[in-house]
Design a protein around this ligand. Sequence first.
Ligand code: ADP
Length: 913
Amino acid sequence: MTATLDPQSLADATPLMKQYWELKASVPDALLFFRMGDFYELFGADAVEASRLLEITLTSRDRTKANPTPMAGVPHHSAHGYIQRLLKAGKKIAIGEQMEDPAATKGLVKREIIRVLSPGVQFDLESHEAAWLGVALREVGQPQGTPSPWTLACLDVSTGHSFFSTGMSAAALAEDLVRHPIRQLLRIDGDLPEEARAVLRSDTLVEDLSANTLSFSGAEQFLRAQFRLATLEAFLPSTTAIHALGLLAHYAARTQRLDRLEHLQLPRPLHHQQSLVYGPQTAEHLDLFPTPDHRPNLLHEIQASKTSAGARLLRRWIAEPLTSLTEIKNRQCALEVLGEASGPRQRMQRLLSEVYDLERILGRVHTGLANPRDTRALGLSLCQLPLLLENLNALDTTRASSPSTLLRLQKSIEHAAQVLQALGQRIVSSQRDDAPMLAREGGIFKLGTHPDLDRLLGLAENGSQWLITLETREREVTGIPSLKVKYNRVFGYFIEITQAHLKNVPSHYQRKQTTVGAERFFTEELKTFEDEIVSASAKQKALEQTLFDELLASIRAQTQDICQAAQALAELDVLVGLTHLLDRPGWVFPILDDSLALEIQKGRHPLVDRGEFVPNDLTLKPEDRRTLLITGPNMGGKSTLMRQVALIVILGQIGAPVPAASAQWGVVGSIYTRIGAHDAIAKGQSTFMVEMTELAHLLHHANDRSLVILDEIGRGTSTYDGMSVAWATLEWICNRVGSRTLFATHYHELTRLAEKLPALKNAHMAVDSRRDLESHSELRFLYLLQEGPTNESFGIHVAKLAGLPQPVISRAWEVLESLENEKPAADSLRGTGPSATSGTGPSKKALVPQPASDSQLSFFAPSPPRVEVRTEIRKEFLPHPALDALRAARLEEMTPLQALNLLAELQRQSKSP
Ligand code: ADP
């Protein structure tokens, strides 16, 4: 079934179905929810798909026809849940609503599409996480021959937040797409680099727009009107950024059939100079954020925010740690003051748990989706402002050395409390606690809200009493004790009399309906009452709707104030939440300075900081200890230690305390990591390629303000190649980059570099091992970082711990011993290489290609950054006489027989060595 109907079928269709197909043609890529009375119906392919996804019955319309149209429907009052399920499944939904009251309309009711919802344009999300709508645009005006950079812009329509990032390579674009799970991506003329396509999640809805959807000048005009600004340069630095944001805002507004979305906030740059930058995959390597496989992660570990906006903000803080010493100090001071004032802090936490998601409520208010529960939630939230202010005022900010963060928050909340107090109180005092989900059902407002409403509510109240009086009176007059006055939605009010008493029914009773065992009657008196009550109820609902619309207008008028209050509340929430880290034993504020050193005493891993964890000291110094080369057995704790250092730096630079006895470092500007490769297979790239791509980025971008963490560089390729790359990388980092670097390796040969590179120091993870010839198995990991290199890798111990069969382990020991007994003439890498084969196992020379002499290892000299890697040339690639003969043969001058003879000769030659 296509989105449109063929002309013949359309001509034959009923007026209603014609109307349907006309609407459907305007939203061909959406499932059209077509309102018919109390149901939303779906037809054709939409019905088939919805019935499959929602597990609802698939029927058909015009069943008598040869080709009936498939049909499925959901009740309008429960449509919300169904729509949410379809959005989760990545579908786009158009709502076709009745624009006239069917009861008051003759013929076909007018219907229109009032909104289109999609995974990236929704307002009612279950999770507090943003649902990003993204667009990636190629930047124009690049010199010929250079690859054009990309701009990415993203908008979370539900909260009005947006960000952009410009001048990105295809790889950096892919990186940002991974970091910000994008629910829907707009692609202009299908243009998206391969790197970005590869990382898009399967549930991301990709929508192609044509390049002439909105021109640059159209986008600029749209944004200027959106933000009521004469120029956009102050916050959007490039034309592509303006174009991208304009496209997003325009697209989102159009889906809601609005000129603009008033709740959108000014976009912010994703990477700015005031924040610490992460290298590719660093957030993933360090487990900063939740992943689909639910690994422990930093955000979850420290999250204690009470509000959704606070939870979102903390995520942003971790994504963008601070690099300004003053700002870090300000946050530390704010936390310190809050931490010491346990009374106000606990009270504020309680108050914050009464604060709802103000940004999302505003989003719904501005798109016509807000219901009475939203407004009540807004009112309750606003009423917390004066109480929060009281507690903020009770804090002793004079004790803090830089109280500016708290003073700023105090000011914002004071202002918000002043300007929003009236609105908050108006809502809370007028709205009922049990306000319904739908405004048109009435029952929103309390008595005392409006004199007309009071009168109508009084009528309904008196009506109930009147019915009781009527029932009592009629029972007495007729002598029928079981006489009942009842109501149902279809027949309205009636008097019900059981069969046994029918003979006593007075003559003025008029029959209305017969049921099993009873008859239903009405009287003139009851009919008059019914008319009055029905019209009063309709009047009440209409009046409540008007009052609700007025309330929404008042809320809209204070959008800016509410946005500012929401931001201040979110920041206060994150700060109050983070104070719980101060209560953890052994967590302290680090001291930050502008040096290039780093010193951590008794540091622990924030995600494993429990039980038997062994703390470690670690020092890096700019002069003679910038890089630490860490050796030690597998499972010895190298990765844990390195990640721990990075996580401590991140925690410290969001202003939080860290798990250590003490810590001090010079502000880190960027963190680059190369650890593991658990994501490589999913992307279909070879592990080594991924490793090298990340390493390349790191070596190009890291500088002396970076923290670099490299784990087992080179392990994805042959030993010799890998070691050469690792060697050259270390030289480059020490000589050129100058970053604070932790480099874990199992190439013990690299430890010799410490003799040549003054910035490099060796360290190792200590183990307690006993080399017992009988069991060969005693190995205890101490998880302690110690000075100097280690010269054993304990691989067989670890293999045994991992459960390899005993015979394999015993044989491995034999092989190792035979290898170690060899005394090489010139093992230039270890200085103790093999020379002869013992006969009990393979020669080490055969296992690891060895260079002939030191003179060949030109890359061992520390200075030249260029690496010339020489690997042993395999015999089959050496020149061969048969190949020379083949190249020399002049085929065009040969007869077939001569050619055959040549082939036979070549074959003979190829068999000889
Ligand atoms: P490596 O990188 O040397 O192979 P890991 O860092 O992966 O080793 O650590 C291996 C395991 O050792 C971890 O999963 C953890 O259980 C344990 N471990 C690491 N560091 C410590 C420590 N400091 N204290 C206690 N256990 C640790």
